[in-house]
Write a protein that binds this ligand. Structure first.
Ligand code: DGY
Length: 314
């Protein structure tokens, strides 16, 4: 946690904080939470039903992230424990990183820098490290929440045509304002030069992009994932990249973080990042402070700003 957030908590709460990067397993977490009324969690913390059930006094799980797939939401709701997240404060940083990854993959930035650092650069060559244009291409955005919309705004600055696919169509004024066309997922996959994923991980979105979806994409297309790893069937993606079914991928998230498939590590046409979508000092500080405020507010008996299961507060 960034210290500013601990200070927020200390105004109202007795804080049990260990300044370490170690991840606690379920048994350790359960022991630590026995007497706690609130917990600030991160996406590496397994907030499972058994952890929740070992914490009889727990009233709030305040997650430092938008994604809450590490938390058993149904179990928390059943126990009337409020779960909060940190939407809004990380939207632009994550959209910036998404676009950086898209550009890096299209223009082969990682390979180019490795080439230079390895001392291989002899002269300017007409076909040296040639990549794919971004401007004027079609971007397909899967999921059109805050981050998907922020990515669309950036794409319009690059003169891209933007498609989006969502379960529920976004309001037409939003589509008009951002000049985005809403289409079914298959249409998006068939017609996009870049496909960028911005849906939360859930039972419905797990392996939403598998071999069938990859087969529908253009052979020249690039897949970008800054959402959650398990949305993509990573083995299928590796096979698709190896077989040239699609041209490349930019990945900030993986199915079993921090493990990355050996096959992906060997491929030259992928850019791989260690889940740094929101990783700027300002944004990570805002995320920590917002989670701390959500927790302290709840423990003061007030309504936290970002409940994911608001029915518990009704
Ligand atoms: C989130 O918020 O879910 C990100 O993955 C962490 O920034």
């Amino acid at each position: 946690m960034f210290p500013a957030a601990i200070a927020v908590l200390q105004e109202d709460c007795l804080v049990d904080y260990r300044d370490t990067l170690d991840v606690m397993d379920e048994a350790t977490l359960a022991r630590r939470l026995q007497h706690c009324e609130g917990v600030i969690s991160q996406l590496t913390d397994p907030i499972t039903a058994s952890v929740l059930n070992a914490a009889p006094k727990l009233r709030i799980v305040a997650q430092v992230a938008v994604g809450i797939d590490n938390i058993d939401l149904a179990a928390a709701t059943a126990r009337r424990i409020v779960v909060t997240n940190t939407p809004g404060v990380l939207t632009d940083s994550t959209a910036d990183l998404t676009f950086a990854l898209l550009l890096a993959t299209a223009r082969r930035l990682s390979a180019a820098e490795r080439y230079l650092r390895d001392g291989k650069w002899q002269r300017w060559d007409i076909d040296l490290l040639v990549g794919t244009d971004v401007h004027g291409q079609t971007l397909g955005i899967v999921g059109f929440g805050r981050i998907g919309q922020a990515v669309a705004r950036r794409a319009s600055g690059f003169g891209m045509r933007v498609l989006c696919a969502t379960r529920t169509p976004p309001p037409s004024h939003l589509l008009q304002e951002l000049r985005v066309q809403h289409v079914p997922l298959d249409t998006l996959l068939i017609n996009s030069d870049f496909v960028s994923l911005h849906v939360p991980l859930s039972a419905q979105t797990h392996h939403m992009i598998g071999i069938d979806q990859l087969a529908r994409m253009r052979r020249s297309a690039i897949l970008i994932n800054t959402a959650r790893g398990p949305i993509v069937d990573e083995a299928a993606l590796t096979a698709a990249l190896e077989e040239g079914m699609i041209a490349g991928a930019g990945l900030d998230v993986f199915e079993a973080e921090p493990k990355v498939q050996e096959g992906l590590l060997q491929l030259p046409n992928v850019v791989l990042l260690p889940h740094i979508g929101s990783a700027t000092v300002a944004t990570r500080t805002r995320m920590c402070v917002l989670a701390a405020e959500n927790c302290a507010t709840m423990l003061r008996g007030e309504r936290p700003a970002n409940p994911v299961n608001p029915q518990v507060l009704a």
